[in-house]
Design a protein around this ligand. Sequence first.
Ligand SMILES: [Zn+2]
Length: 506
Amino acid sequence: MKTFYITTPIYYPSANLHIGHAYCTTIADAIARYKRLDGFDVFFLTGSDEHGQKIQRSAQAQGKSPLEYVDPIVESFKDLWTKFHISNDDFIRTSEPRHEKVVQEIFRRIQANGDIYKGEYTGLYCTPCESYWTELQLDENGCCPDCHRPVEKVSEEAYFFRLSKYADKLLQHIEEHPEFIVPTSRRNEMINFIRRGLEDLCISRTSFDWGIPVPDDPRHVIYVWFDAVINYITPLIHNEDMKRFWPADIHLVGKEIVRFHTIIWPAMLMAAGLPLPKQIYGHGWLVTDTGKMSKSVGNVVDPVLLVEEFGADAIRYFLLREITLGLDGNFSRDALIARINADLANDLGNLLHRTLNMIGKFQQGTLLPATDGTELDQSFRAQALDTVREYRRLMDDVQLSDAVKVVWKFIGRANKYIDETMPWKLAKDPAQRQQLANVLYNLAESLRIVSVLIEPFMPDTAQKIRAQLNVTSKPKLDDAQTFGLLEANHVVGKPEQLFPRILTDK
Ligand SMILES: [Zn+2]
């Protein structure tokens, strides 16, 4: 069986969830669901990244142990994924014993290969980002180049990973595998970064203890990034799944952490003698009309409240349709409402409602045997199949936004087909019975096909449409590639509203 392995980053358990977390996970979920539709055996992993000084400090400030501090936050992640219909197959917490064991094994393996050594570290550390920086990398105020907060000077005995040794091998791999880092802009950034030279990476700390101990030297804990990226193999390495799913097909990550995933992680894998992931996909950020979401600006969009107000499928649709994968995208409440009203309530909702309504009214809810029909009918059916072909091409190429658009173009076509064929007129003319049966059959079939195509984007809605069509089989991509699978004499259900229109002041 063909297999597919996709991961999201494991998220840092900060108390503030925002829609950006949901964005990344929704993309991964849509890809995972598409691959399942296409018959792949899919493994989809997400999780939480729980170690490090910042967590330890936050926990201390609340008089809690680190685990007491992160447990409820991790639960809120899991709840959110349930609310968003995220279909992950596993959830890794880096605080779990199964992960600790694997991290120590990988550490030992790299150490045995001579690529981990003990030295003295003096450097600049940004605690919020858990990143070490050199003087040259700091911003114009001498602060962290990522978050612009002050860095701390630290000096301690530490373990180092011989990252410098892998610069040439990494460059060669990136050049020989153009698909390894996507999009190209990120790839070019990484090539330039490596060409400036790589320094060995400090991978242990002694100034706090909330982390995974270095094997045989537990005074040291392993650097949180070294620990975190290993999660991608934690659930696989001790069973058959390693053979089936590794190397990962896609590590989906935010653009700000592409460096860790395309330089440090692959070098670690090379040092451990393991194959590299096939692709690291760096997606853009969600911004709002008032800029990048941040607590201080007060423009953070809470995904829990959003789901409660609009439902997960509408938000999933918006995120997948509005934002071209790889680029930054704008999130606004007005734009979300506009999409819900126009695309979901109007285009999709009306198509379903009108179709089922007419089948109920004109044929007592039963589809009748169809014939080839007119030229218009034939070209409509051909368009349905063209849509499926184009959708597949785009989805296989991870162009999710364009794939959504292609489906909605066809939904628009189907609505127009109703206006052109005017079934209510055909119904009045006994000589047009066959033609009426053809049109209603074609509409029901196109809705069945649409219900397969939108499953990756809006799983709940896809299921509702199938229930109303009275289709009980599990959606499969193969079933979308044939027009005419609904049987003559199939009885459809009653129409129910999919998306209520949202009234606004405007
Ligand atoms: Zn920082």
